[in-house]
Design a protein around this ligand. Structure first.
Ligand SMILES: [Zn+2]
Length: 503
C-alpha cells in the first residue's frame, strides 16, 4: 500500500536568463519557508511509516503536518487513507470530505485507491463521484477567489470556460488576451496531435480547473522562495522560469514564452493522465511538454521546431556523449532535474520531436497509454509504432540528430548564432513579455521602433524571449518588411519594419 507523495511538481529548466536578482530571501518569508520545509519532512516520514505498515505513526505524523498546514488537501487525503486502512471508516469519510473541500479533486485516484476500498461502497462516496462536476466547479471558484484576494486589484482576472483555466495576470488585458490566444492554438495542436483522449467531452466534465498565475517579478520571487526554499535565489535559480503543480492545480510562469507553453502542456498532459489514472515517467512528461516551447507556423498550423535544445543534443552526439533512449527512459525525476538537467530535457525533447517528424507521435501516445500497464517506460510503444527494435531506433535517431538543422540560437553569453538578418535594433531579453529594445538604427527608427519598446510578435507569431526572437526572425530575408507588434507604455501597436542584413 502506498500513500501519495506530493512531488508532482514540475519544473521547467530554461536557458540561463537571469530573471531574479541574487539576494537574501525577504525576512518575512523566513518563517513560512521553515514551516513549509518542516511540513514536507513530516509528509515524507508519514509516507515511509505507512509504507512500513505503521499506521499509528503515519496518522500522528500527518496530524502534525496538518497542524502546520491545516488546509493541505494532499495531507488530508493521505490521512483519510490512513484512517480507512486503520479501520475507522467514519473518520476516513469525514476527512475525505474535508480534503475535497480544500481542493483534492483527483476522483479517478479516489475511485481506484486500494487504501479507500472500504469506502467505495458507501452512499457518501457514491454521491461524491456522482457530483464530480459541481464539486470541481466549486473548487475552481474557491481557488479563483483566493487568487483575487492574494494578488489584489492590480492584477487582471479572467476565466476560460473551454480550457477550464482561471487567470491571474500582472500583465495588462491585451497582453493576457494575446497569451490566451496562443494557449488556445497550443491546445488545438495538442488535442489533435497527442492527447486525443482529451477530445472526449463527457470526460471533460471530470477535468479540474487550473489557476494560471502570470505574476509580477516581485510576486514571482516570493512564490519561488516559498516553493523551493531560500536556495531558490542562489546561483542556479535563474534557470527556473515557472512550474505546474498538479497537487495545487496551479501553473506559475514568469515568462509568456517557452515556460508558459511548456507548463500549459503539463496541464493538458496531467488531465490526460488523470482520466486514465496513469502517471508517466519524467522523460515522457518533459519530452512531450518541451515540444511546444519552440514552434513554427506552417499553413496556419503549429509545428514543433528544432531549437537551442536540439542544438545541444547535436553537440552531445558529435562528442559521442548522447545517452541512449533506453537509458533516458529509466532516469528518475530526482536525477533528471539535478544531474545535467539541460542534457536530459534536450534529449527528451529531441526524441519526441523525432517521433513527431516521423509522423508517429499520435499513434505512439495512443499505443503507450493503452498498454501502459505492460510497459510504463514508453520504449515498447516506440518499437511498436516504428516497427523497429530499440537498438535500430537508436541508430535511426542518431542519424536523424546528425542531419537535423542547426537552429538559430540566442546563447547564454549574449551572442546570437545562425542568424544573418536583423530588425536594426539592439535588444535585451526582457522580463517575460518580450525582448526590450535598447538601441535603434536609423532605418528601424523610420519604421517606428523606439528604445524601451517591448517586441511581442513578428508577423503575428508570438515573440516572448530571445529564442523566439531569433528563431522567427531567421525566417525572413534582408529587404523584406515585417509587421512587428510592440508594447509601448500603455499602448500596443503594430509597425512595419524592414529586415536588414546583420552586421
Ligand atoms: Zn516540465
Amino acid at each position: 500500500m502506498r500513500l501519495i507523495l506530493g512531488l508532482w511538481l514540475l519544473i521547467v529548466v530554461l536557458a540561463p536568463a537571469p530573471l531574479v536578482a541574487q539576494q537574501d530571501p525577504p525576512a518575512d518569508l523566513d518563517e513560512a519557508i521553515q514551516r513549509r520545509l518542516e511540513a514536507s519532512r513530516l509528509q515524507a516520514r508519514a509516507v515511509a511509516a505507512f509504507g512500513a505498515g505503521d499506521i499509528d505513526a503515519a496518522r500522528s505524523l500527518l496530524e502534525q503536518q496538518l497542524e502546520l498546514e491545516p488546509g493541505n488537501p494532499l495531507a488530508l487525503y493521505n490521512l483519510a487513507c490512513v484512517q480507512c486502512v486503520g479501520g475507522d471508516r467514519e473518520a476516513a469519510l469525514a476527512i475525505l470530505q474535508r480534503a475535497i473541500e480544500h481542493g483534492f479533486v483527483d476522483f479517478e485516484q479516489m475511485r481506484r485507491d486500494p487504501n479507500l476500498a472500504d469506502l467505495h461502497e458507501t452512499d457518501l462516496f457514491r454521491s461524491i463521484l456522482a457530483n464530480r462536476t459541481p464539486i470541481l466547479d466549486a473548487a475552481g471558484d474557491l481557488q479563483f477567489e483566493a487568487a483575487k484576494k492574494k494578488y489584489g486589484p492590480r492584477y487582471v482576472y479572467e476565466r476560460d470556460e473551454d480550457l477550464k483555466l482561471s487567470f491571474a495576470s500582472a500583465y495588462d488585458e491585451q497582453t493576457l488576451a494575446q497569451a490566451r490566444e496562443e494557449l488556445r492554438h497550443i491546445a488545438e495542436w495538442a488535442l489533435s496531435e497527442v492527447f486525443t483522449d482529451l477530445r472526449d467531452p463527457p470526460m471533460r466534465e471530470a477535468d479540474p480547473w487550473v489557476l494560471v498565475v502570470l505574476p509580477s517579478e516581485r510576486d514571482f520571487r516570493r512564490w519561488a522562495i516559498m516553493r523551493y526554499g531560500p536556495s531558490a535565489v542562489t546561483s542556479d535559480f535563474h534557470r527556473i522560469g515557472g512550474s505546474y503543480s498538479h497537487d495545487a492545480k496551479e501553473l506559475v510562469a514568469m515568462d509568456l514564452g517557452g515556460t508558459l507553453r511548456h507548463e500549459f502542456l503539463h496541464v493538458l498532459h496531467w488531465r490526460s493522465n488523470m482520466r486514465q489514472a496513469q502517471g508517466h515517467p519524467v522523460w515522457i512528461q518533459e519530452g512531450l511538454c518541451s515540444l511546444v516551447e519552440d514552434y513554427d507556423m506552417k499553413g496556419g498550423r503549429l509545428v514543433p521546431a528544432p531549437s537551442w535544445r536540439t542544438n545541444m543534443v547535436k553537440r552531445l552526439e558529435r562528442a559521442r556523449r548522447m545517452m541512449p533512449i533506453a537509458d533516458l527512459a529509466r532516469v528518475d525525476r530526482e536525477t533528471f532535474n539535478n544531474e545535467r538537467p539541460l542534457a536530459h530535457y534536450g534529449l527528451a525533447r529531441a526524441v519526441f520531436l523525432y517521433l513527431y517528424q516521423r509522423g508517429v507521435l499520435r499513434d505512439w501516445y495512443a499505443h503507450y497509454t493503452t498498454h501502459f500497464a505492460e510497459d510504463p517506460t514508453g520504449i515498447e510503444a516506440i518499437e511498436f509504432v516504428l516497427g523497429m527494435s530499440i537498438d535500430e531506433v537508436q541508430d535511426d535517431f542518431r542519424r536523424w540528430v546528425a542531419l537535423l538543422d542547426e537552429a538559430p540560437e540566442a546563447r547564454s553569453d549574449g551572442t546570437i548564432g545562425g542568424l544573418d538578418v536583423s530588425l536594426g535594433v539592439q535588444v535585451d531579453p526582457g522580463r517575460g513579455e518580450g525582448p526590450i529594445v535598447t538601441g535603434v538604427s536609423r532605418e528601424a527608427r523610420a519604421g517606428g521602433l523606439r528604445v524601451r519598446d517591448v517586441i511581442t510578435a513578428i508577423e503575428g507569431r508570438p515573440v516572448r524571449d530571445m529564442n523566439d526572437f531569433v528563431r522567427i526572425l531567421a525566417d525572413y530575408r534582408a529587404g523584406q518588411t515585417v509587421r512587428v507588434r510592440v508594447h509601448r507604455r500603455r499602448a500596443h501597436m503594430e509597425l512595419e519594419v524592414r529586415v536588414v542584413a546583420r552586421r
